[in-house]
Write a protein that binds this ligand. Sequence first.
Ligand SMILES: [Cu+2]
Length: 255
Amino acid sequence: MNKFNILFIVLLLWVTMSCSEDEKTTVNETMNVVSETTFDNVTVKIFSKNNEFKTGYNNIYVKFYKNNNEIEVNISKLMPMMNMGMHIHSTPNEAYYKEDNYVVLPVSFVMPTGDGTYWYLDLAFEFDGIEYTGEAKFKVENSENVKSFKHNDVSYFVTLVKPMSPIVGMNDFRILINKKESMMSWPIVENFSVEVKPWMPDMDHGSPNNVNPIYSNNGFYEGKINFTMTGLWTVTSTFKIDTISIGEVVHTINF
Ligand SMILES: [Cu+2]
């Protein structure tokens, strides 16, 4: 083997090793502690992969600690709730699951934390034969990602899930639709047909080749939107049941 070959192999090994190291540390590097609450002697830490939670689709990551050591608890309740002073309400959420030692709870926050209000996880869990219950509070900032409309006195919430990092050209378009049945019940909506229309209000033009979202699963509808240039776009989604329009929402995307 000549010198050149050895150099090449060393270089290849170095590149491979640094890549796999990057992959391993990505989760920790981007995970931020959003809040920390202690229930007697157990601490609940809430994490986000972004700097903060925003209205719209988020994963809430949760870990439990005793004496600074991670512990595994038996959860019997993990519900995202908002306390608005006069009343409390929940928000659209999926079942929680475990991933990389985190308990992961996908939610769509329908409103931001405001004056005299707060978001919290309503928690009940057991560790070492002791039952713990309480509230783990956290903050939700405002965003443009959740819009709502009313039809027959029922409110529908439409969460923009994709694109979160829009590009010039074709973008995956993904929305989540929930119906507010009560303060605690936000079921998914499966029976809408959706028409999507991107528009650049400052320039008075739309774009060609958009693909209307169709229902996929778990309340998500998937389509494509074409942003032909950067700038401020409105994306109007019109909802129909049996070809009859029942409402629309407008999401604003600026990039
Ligand atoms: Cu609220």
